[in-house]
Design a protein around this ligand. Structure first.
Ligand code: NAP
Ligand code: MG
Length: 402
């Protein structure tokens, strides 16, 4: 068979630990035998990030802007223990955070669904995609422990003289305080990414917050979404038969549980953090969650939602057999190839990406799976395999399709 040709390189970002091992296996077994793979390679392994003073991460982010599509392996976010383990020069920032800041993107997470693993919520038939605004709010908040009786005030001093001054609370005893903010520009980017992704994936978009209580803060999110929708996306949504609506977050929770899935649920930063764990757990497994970062100007970065699976990596280093689930990392590759094919008008590349995914689902539906999924299967007797065994089983089914 002739290899499938590419015209534009993918931005390939290698990573750390167990996922770095899996990365190579996926390329060797599932991609390069069939595709004349063109990538611009960036080694985001922690050692190389340290050697380049993290310049490599910034370069990778810029490269995604240049080419439009990237695929990223999970990477270590350094902490004190990693500083020692890798003798780091600095506690480098989270690569995901750095790339997100360069692309100004929103993260969309969706579960891979298979027949043999039923979601905890029985009526969920289709994936629910969470769109989390990964900027500001609690995560950039300022907090204060109020030690004694006293007055807390909210003060704003504008560059051109605008001022605001209001009492938050007259404390009669010790307590706590928190100051949070967000920016219109960031909320606008979030909204654009959500509307674009909804059109791209042909799914309805829900946005929820608590504007009845937060009449300025949350209302600002709601208004920005509504304005942008009406000005720029309404026509396209109606043409495609898609729906956008805003609803209160408590109402959204009730609707999500009663739904059959198949939509995008956009949430503010904290809400998205909490709800994405709820949704992924209810669908089955973190190892089956895909993740894509979409920028408002239409760049895409595909990755797995999970981390570098450190516990398995240490076992692997000790020569023990591991059964790490490669599904989400395979889907990062298939997602990136499909998108590249779509952008470049290469139908066979897009179809190849689809076939990888079909081969994965068939493998799982035939009961061949990594250990993490075994306990979740309700019917039949599945066969546990290690990572390599799983990838080989996918390859057999993929070859049969080509
Ligand atoms: P993790 O790598 O997601 O793993 C947590 C646990 O979840 C694993 O120990 C394993 O459970 C299970 N698991 C996750 N993915 C799995 C898979 N593919 N197959 C089977 N089981 C899987 O999270 P972590 O251990 O908290 O973090 C490890 C490193 O990853 C950290 O250095 C962190 O900074 C980094 N991280 C990176 C990203 C990213 O790059 N996007 C995201 C999150 C974390 P069992 O041990 O019970 O089998
Ligand atoms: Mg969380």
């Amino acid at each position: 068979m002739e290899k499938i040709q590419m015209t534009t390189p993918l931005v390939e970002m290698d990573g750390d630990e167990m996922t770095r091992i899996i990365w190579q296996m996926i390329k060797d077994e599932l991609i390069t035998p069939f595709v004349d793979l063109k990538t611009e390679y960036y080694d985001l392994g922690l050692k190389h990030r340290d050697e380049t003073s993290d310049q490599v991460t910034k370069d990778a982010g810029e490269a995604i802007k240049k080419y439009g599509v990237g695929v990223k392996c999970a990477t270590i976010t350094p902490n004190a223990q990693r500083m020692e383990e890798y003798s780091l020069h600095e506690m480098w920032k989270s690569p995901n955070g750095t790339i997100r800041a360069i692309l100004d993107g929103t993260v969309f997470r969706a579960p891979i669904i298979i027949d043999s693993i039923k979601p905890v919520v029985k009526n969920w038939e289709l994936p629910i995609t969470i769109a989390r605004h990964a900027y500001g709010d609690l995560y950039k908040g300022t907090e204060y422990r109020v030690p004694e009786k006293g007055k807390a005030e909210l003060i704003f001093t504008g560059e051109n003289g605008a001022t605001f001054h209001e009492t938050i609370y007259d404390f009669e005893c010790p307590g706590i305080l928190q100051g949070i903010y967000n920016k219109d520009t960031s909320i606008e980017s979030f909204a654009h990414s959500c509307f674009k992704y909804a059109i791209n994936t042909k799914q309805d978009l829900w946005f929820s917050a608590k504007d009845t209580i937060s009449k300025k803060y949350d209302m600002n999110f709601r208004n920005i979404f509504q304005d942008i929708y009406e000005k720029e996306y309404k026509e396209e949504f109606e043409k495609l038969g898609l729906e956008y609506f805003y609803t209160l977050i408590d109402d959204a929770v009730a609707r999500v549980i009663r739904s059959k899935g198949g939509f995008i649920w956009a949430l503010k930063n904290y809400d998205g953090d909490v709800m994405s764990d709820m949704v992924s757990t209810a669908f089955g497994s973190l190892a089956m969650m895909t993740s894509v970062l979409v920028s408002p100007d239409g760049n895409f970065e595909f990755e797995a939602a999970h981390g570098t699976v450190t516990r398995h990596y240490y076992k692997y280093l000790d020569g023990e057999e591991t059964s790490t689930n490669p599904m989400a990392t395979i889907y990062a590759w298939s997602g990136a190839l499909k998108k590249r094919g779509e952008i470049d008008g290469l139908a066979d590349l897009t179809s190849f990406g689809e076939k990888i995914e079909e081969a994965c689902v068939e493998t799982l539906n035939e009961g061949i799976m990594t250990k993490d999924l075994i306990g979740l299967v309700e019917e039949g007797t599945p066969t546990a395999v290690n990572t390599e065994g799983f990838i080989k089983a996918v390859r057999e089914r993929l070859e049969a399709k080509l």
